[in-house]
Design a protein around this ligand. Structure first.
Ligand SMILES: Cc1cc2nc3c(=O)[nH]c(=O)nc-3n(C[C@H](O)[C@H](O)[C@H](O)COP(=O)(O)OP(=O)(O)OC[C@H]3O[C@@H](n4cnc5c(N)ncnc54)[C@H](O)[C@@H]3O)c2cc1C
Length: 392
């Protein structure tokens, strides 16, 4: 298959890229399409990433991580997205990479000692329980309640779209501890926990969905679910702020994943355009095939530069909210266009499972919706970068 020249980078990042590529090459389209078809979690791939020591790429060294930046983690996630595993492969490891940042930043020494090493070596797996059916993107409206009773909290509520809940033994859970009407701001009164998911009071139901079938997305019901007070992250009532801390790196990593996915789809499209002969010539000789593919290459390259820029701002401690959001926006659009054009370049074969483009396409759709939609990103950029009134 065609492989485009990589965007120039530092020697260290080029090494990361090469190592991850070699690891991912062990898991080809046949492996991933079977996992997708059978709805089976890719344990072998997850283990290979953990065994390579990659889960701790951006985690502190004192807990077994490598202490590298978001820029390096983005290189890694882009390469995973560019592999045959596409979004499923990214989602297999995504939360281990940066999902526990709130613990790194706001947890106690004891919590970090107890929780981070097992996430880094892959012996523990966490999922992320924020979204609820009735709250949507307005997180302040979540209804899951955690009521303090002595040395524990008792939780009641329902989460939706909790990815990997079937595989995880831990959940980063956001719940309301003070009623919204008693808070100065709607986002006050929310508390973050890191709790055992394999416990009484938890029921998990998988959601039937369009793609990324190897990685489950679930409804999780909490009914008198008890969380010891030692499992609270930071102070009661500050959970929303802690989540915000990890939002920018998450946008950046997500953008990197999508760019990788877009590149792979485009590479397959270009290969096909170079091979397929119709009307006595390669279809890639037609400008109506060439130009859209060239547009996709340019869009992906531009999105990658923006993603790298946002990552470097973050790593150097500078504000990067608008850039991280713009990177996510550009990447999701560029990735989607690349997948769409590749599918059409394949003609009818784009629709056939054997060529894998339809699998990439089904997975790519999710990146337009989650973890944040393009509309909400544009609302944010309009407000923060353009100074327009807040619209949501
Ligand atoms: C594959 C997948 C995996 C996920 N994994 C997780 C996970 O692990 N943990 C987790 O907690 N969540 C997860 N999510 C949930 C995801 O973060 C939410 O779906 C996402 O935040 C959007 O929320 P919603 O679906 O409720 O959309 P809604 O909030 O209902 O919005 C619906 C539409 O309306 C638009 N909209 C809403 N308000 C406005 C406005 N004011 N202005 C303009 N447009 C607006 C939105 O952009 C969107 O297009 C996942 C979702 C998917 C699809």
């Amino acid at each position: 298959m065609t492989r485009f020249e990589d965007v120039p980078t530092t020697p260290e990042r080029a090494e990361i890229r090469a190592a991850i590529r070699a690891l991912c090459d062990r898991f080809d389209d046949t492996y991933w399409s079977e996992k997708d078809r059978e709805h089976v979690f890719p344990h072998e791939f997850a283990k290979a990433v953990a065994d390579g020591g990659w889960l701790g790429i951006a985690m502190p060294q004192e807990y077994g991580g490598s202490g590298l930046g978001v820029a390096e983690a983005a290189v890694m996630m882009q390469e995973i997205g560019r592999s045959a595993g596409a979004f499923a492969a990214c989602s297999t490891v995504h939360i281990n990479i940066f999902g526990l940042h709130s613990i790194v930043k706001h947890g106690t020494d004891r919590q970090r000692q107890d929780w981070l090493p097992s996430i880094i070596d892959g012996s523990s797996r966490a999922c992320f329980g924020v979204t609820e059916p009735d709250a949507g993107l307005d997180t302040s409206k979540i209804k899951t309640r955690a009521v303090r009773k002595g040395d524990r909290y008792v939780v009641k509520g329902q989460k939706i779209w909790t990815s990997t809940a079937r595989q995880a033994d831990k959940v980063v859970l956001l719940a309301r501890t003070t009623p919204r009407e008693d808070c100065a701001k709607p986002t006050d009164g929310l508390t973050l926990f890191y709790a055992d998911l394999r416990a009484p009071g938890v029921e998990i139901r998988e959601i039937a969905k369009m793609g990324r079938h190897a990685v489950d997305s679930c409804q999780v019901f909490y009914d008198d679910f008890e969380i010891p007070i030692e499992c609270r992250i930071g102070e009661e009532g500050n959970g929303f702020r802690y989540i915000l801390d990890s939002l920018n790196p998450e946008r950046i990593l997500n953008a990197a994943e999508v760019i990788g996915m877009g590149k792979r789809a485009l590479e397959k499209g270009v290969s096909y355009a170079n091979e397929r002969t119709v009307f006595g010539r390669k279809i890639g000789q037609n400008q109506s095939i060439q130009h859209p593919l060239a547009e996709c290459w340019s869009e992906l390259y531009a999105a990658e530069l923006m993603t790298l820029h946002a990552a470097e701002l973050y790593d150097s401690g500078q504000p990067c909210g608008t850039q991280a959001n713009a990177a996510k926006y550009l990447a999701a659009d560029a990735g989607f266009h690349a997948c769409d054009r590749s599918l059409r370049t394949h003609g009818g074969m784009g629709y056939a499972a054997d060529y894998n483009i339809e699998r990439y396409f089904r997975e790519m759709v999710a990146t337009q919706l989650a973890p944040v939609s393009r509309e909400m990103i544009l609302c944010f950029i309009a407000e923060r970068a353009l100074g327009l009134p807040k619209s949501y």
